[in-house]
Design a protein around this ligand. Structure first.
Ligand code: ADP
Length: 341
């Protein structure tokens, strides 16, 4: 425990910095440094609040003077700002953590009722509970479609929160590229066909294995492919391409090692240059009316980017409004297996 000297108490009251060149003359002085001769006391303010008190003492000559006071005051001003920022940051972190806990809690609580709505609606729609007419079938299908959207939103919100709080661990293992692309396309095939879009897979069969979390990479490919599907009009084309990239250079020209370079390309709406700059910010949705016609939350690309970065990969985009979009990303190769003797 450090005793509050009379001078410190006085400075806390008056909020004025003080220099006491000879402490033996100050009746309010309580010694904290053995043999102290002089002392400077400066209140460090944030607005009107005192955040801290800076006390400088010396037990040597020369004694502290008004010149030292002016210098120390300038230092204290800078330090005050840093202390105030650190306090705001600490408060923000606490607020942010409570927000994340709340989102996780709500997401978890919403899952059970949604699963139940989905199950009962699907059972009724399949005719399991008795014959239904066309209108009833159409209503039930609308319920199912909307529950699915809600479920995607809840999962995405949960993922964003986990990424923001660094709570999403990647389980990296060697993965073959072509099966990943096929697994991505299978559940989307019907929708894509429904929009008469043409899909091309362009990937050599002998690509080396990548080092990836299978489910998370499927999430990335699914996000990008379903965006290509959503933001491309009827009859457009979607291409999923993968190539070996021996040298994977980042924006600072650092080589991240060999990787597989994926491209998800479409011939759709494209993204304006202004929108491209905001693309990876959470909840971004273009104001392009045609893009807004599609359902979406503006969370997919934030999640996609974070997952790729967590793999040690890169993500970038090429797009021209009205002409189409290409999302590119890289995923490092799996480490070479150590040969057994
Ligand atoms: P969502 O699609 O759920 O709105 P995303 O984060 O996946 O959210 O995408 C953000 C926005 O970027 C979209 O709302 C859309 O405006 C734009 N976008 C994404 N992919 C494409 C694409 N392939 N073509 C055109 N616009 C796209």
């Amino acid at each position: 425990f450090w005793p509050i000297s009379g001078i410190v108490a006085r400075v806390m009251r008056t909020r004025q910095a003080e220099v006491v060149p000879d402490v033996s003359f100050d009746p309010n002085y309580t010694r904290s440094l053995r043999g102290s001769l002089s002392q400077i006391t400066i209140p460090m303010l944030s607005g009107k609040e005192i955040n801290a008190i800076l006390v400088l003492e010396t037990n040597r000559e020369p004694r502290l003077s008004l010149v030292d006071l002016a210098f120390a005051q300038r230092l204290a001003e800078h330090a005050s700002i840093a202390i105030a920022n650190a306090q705001y940051n600490a408060e923000l972190t606490v607020a942010n953590n409570s927000k994340s806990e709340f989102v996780s809690f709500v997401a978890h609580e919403l899952k059970n009722p949604m699963t139940s709505i989905q199950g009962y609606a699907a059972a009724m729609s399949s005719g399991m509970t008795g014959q239904i007419n066309d209108q009833q079938k159409s209503f039930l299908d609308t319920i199912l479609k909307n529950v699915e959207r809600l479920s995607t939103l809840v999962t995405d919100l949960n993922d964003v929160t986990r990424l923001q709080t660094n709570n999403m661990a990647m389980e990296l293992a060697p993965q073959a590229v072509l099966p990943l692309i096929e697994d991505t396309l299978r559940p989307l095939e019907q929708q894509i066909e429904g929009k008469h879009q043409h899909v091309t897979v362009d990937a050599p069969a002998d690509l080396p294995l990548i080092h990836a979390d299978k489910n998370r990479l499927l999430q990335v490919l699914t996000n990008l492919t379903s965006n290509a599907y959503k933001y491309t009009p009827e009859g457009g084309a979607i291409t999923l391409k993968a190539r070996l990239r021996e040298r994977n250079l980042d924006s600072k020209n650092r080589d991240l090692g060999p990787a597989v370079h994926f491209t998800v390309a479409d011939t759709g709406l494209g993204i304006s240059e202004a929108d491209q700059k905001k693309l990876f910010t959470t909840y971004f949705r273009s104001t392009n009316p045609e893009a807004l016609e599609q359902p979406g939350t503006g969370l997919g690309l934030t999640i996609t980017r974070e997952i790729i970065l967590k793999h040690g990969g890169l993500l970038w985009i090429e797009s021209e409004l009205g002409k189409g979009t290409q999302f590119h990303f890289t995923i490092p190769l799996a480490p070479e297996p150590v040969p057994t003797p």
